[in-house]
Design a binder for this molecule. Structure first.
Ligand code: UDX
Ligand code: ADP
Length: 478
């Protein structure tokens, strides 16, 4: 079926008015999204459930600094809605039973086993949710896919739900999340668009309209797009693939700039002023991270391969190959610049999160750069304002490259940036936290081994000012 993008404000239907929402999964997507939905719809009861007891306890903590996710502005929204119409619970069954509309917002990691290993999304958590809903529901439900999913997952969910034999009717919608971490609250309050895909039947269109009405309390109807389900699912993957492609494109040019003497920031500015190209997502970096870009492109590649579209698959795979290359190149540059050996040398990392203003570390370039430098037996000392030592070790252990004891031995975490930098031979900037710009760089220089190197993987520091102090600075694409 072809996609039909229509403005639903013209659709005349009598949709079910939603009074109770359940969201399964209290993570980076489910938590903030439901907090805003509850804030904007005080007459709808919103219950966010998760199997992870600690996560739910943290969401319910009276100390708002303990929320499990750091996102600027999230604490205020939770303070406003929690206990009024926003609830966090581990009682998944009750929340399913009570809800008219159920969002599935569980994790969909890349498969680490079997067919599609390393590429396809692992749908076991989604399937478990679908089975639980099928088992518990006694009244009709609208089930909304929120997690990033490969195209046609809705079909799988529907097939599970439609075979319960208890007469309950389900409508499946796809409503992909486009929020970016670090700016989630503004993205949710003021999104470029909301996309809702559903079956193009009378019941499907009614379900779509019910969800449109939930969003329409704060989003202009012209920005709420409705499509068929497959278009919606695919649009999410494609949006992320296009964004990631821009980062890989500018990163490819950064290597060319370094080799040729051009400056990647000047090139980015020059091309970004072409209104057809635009200025956003042209910041060269040590590589993109986050839970979505790599996973979504791998999904796209997997789907294309499955359909026999080899050239399409190869085209998108190149975005990932370039990203891996950029991380490797950054680590190799540190080793070669430090006279081809970092064994026993202290390398200080500023930042571990995959970008600023989040404590999320999934697929962060820092993990891969650290892994390469550990192979070279560097002593890494990390400071990140929001990421814990436990998380850093978990990220390294997840790679399964060496023993946990070795990772602990090679990577130490400091809660004081100056301590992390003291005595270091080189600094690697892996996240663009604003606070790094405010440091006393003269004091840092004096505390370091000389020559003191800075490898700015985010181009956040003032290269000229640092060089005037005496640092030897290598920035991406300059
Ligand atoms: C992304 C999409 O932006 C969002 O719409 C989707 O819902 C989830 O995936 P997110 O992963 O939170 O959001 O962060 P984003 O701001 O897109 O950045 C992703 C990565 O690309 C980060 O590591 C970031 O540092 C890097 N990046 C981004 C660059 O290196 N250069 C840029 O110019 C932009
Ligand atoms: P995302 O970035 O997509 O939000 P997260 O990993 O941050 O991903 O969050 C997903 C959440 O979903 C986790 O807290 C996990 O415990 C939860 N979860 C996974 N499966 C289930 C399930 N069957 N029932 C309830 N919660 C689940």
């Amino acid at each position: 079926m072809l996609a039909t993008l229509e403005n639903t404000s013209t659709t005349v239907l009598k949709p079910k008015k939603i009074t109770s929402i359940c969201c399964i999964g209290a993570g980076y997507v489910g938590g903030p999204t439901m907090a805003v939905m509850a804030q904007k719809n005080p007459d709808i009861k919103v219950t966010v459930v998760d199997l992870n007891k600690q996560r739910i306890a943290d969401w319910n903590d009276s100390d708002l600094s303990k929320l499990p996710i750091f996102e600027p502005g999230l604490d205020q929204v939770v303070a406003e809605a929690r206990g009024r119409n926003l609830f966090f619970s581990t009682n998944v069954d009750d929340a399913i039973r009570e809800a008219d509309m159920i969002f599935i917002s569980v994790n969909t990691p890349t498969k680490t086993y079997g067919s599609g290993k390393g590429m396809a999304a692992d749908l076991k958590y989604i399937e478990l949710c679908a089975r639980q809903i099928a088992q518990i529901a006694t009244t009709d439900k609208i089930v909304v896919e929120k997690s990033t999913l490969p195209v046609k997952t809705a079909q799988a969910i529907k097939s599970i739900l439609d075979h319960t034999g208890n007469g309950v009717k389900f409508q499946i919608l796809s409503n992909p999340e486009f929020l970016a971490e670090g700016t989630a609250m503004t993205d949710l309050a003021n999104p470029d668009r909301v996309l809702i895909g559903g079956e193009q039947t009378e019941e499907g269109l009614k379900a779509i309209q019910s969800l449109v009405d939930v969003y329409a309390t704060w989003i202009p109807k012209a920005q709420i797009l409705t499509t068929n389900i497959w278009s919606s699912e695919l649009s999410k993957l494609v949006a992320n693939a296009f964004l990631a492609q821009r980062v890989s494109s500018i990163n490819a040019i950064s290597e060319l700039c370094e080799a040729s003497g051009a400056n990647v920031e000047e090139v980015a500015k020059a091309i970004g002023m072409d209104s057809r190209i635009g200025p956003k997502f042209l910041k060269a970096s040590v590589g993109f991270g986050g839970s979505c870009f790599q996973k979504d492109i791998l999904n796209l590649v997997y789907i294309s391969k499955s359909l026999g579209l080899t050239e399409v698959a190869d085209y998108w795979e190149q975005v990932i190959i370039m990203n891996n290359h950029q991380r490797d190149r950054f680590a190799n540059n540190i080793v070669s610049t430090l006279y081809n050996t970092v064994s026993g040398k202290k390398i200080a990392f500023l930042g571990w999160a995959f970008k600023k203003d989040t404590n999320d570390t999934r697929e962060s370039a820092a993990i891969y750069v650290a892994d390469k430098l550990i192979d070279e037996q560097a002593q890494i000392s990390v400071y990140d304002p929001k990421v814990t030592a436990v998380q850093m070790q978990a990220d390294l252990n997840y790679l399964n490259t060496r023993s946990e004891a070795e990772n602990e031995n090679f990577v130490k975490t400091e809660t004081d940036a100056y301590k992390a930098l003291e005595g270091a031979h080189a600094i690697a900037v892996l996240t663009e936290w604003d606070e790094f710009k405010t440091y006393n760089w003269q004091r840092i220089y004096e505390s370091m081994s000389k020559p003191a190197f800075v490898f700015d993987g985010r181009n956040v520091l003032d290269k000229t000012a640092l060089e005037a102090i005496g640092f030897r600075v290598k920035a991406i694409g300059k």
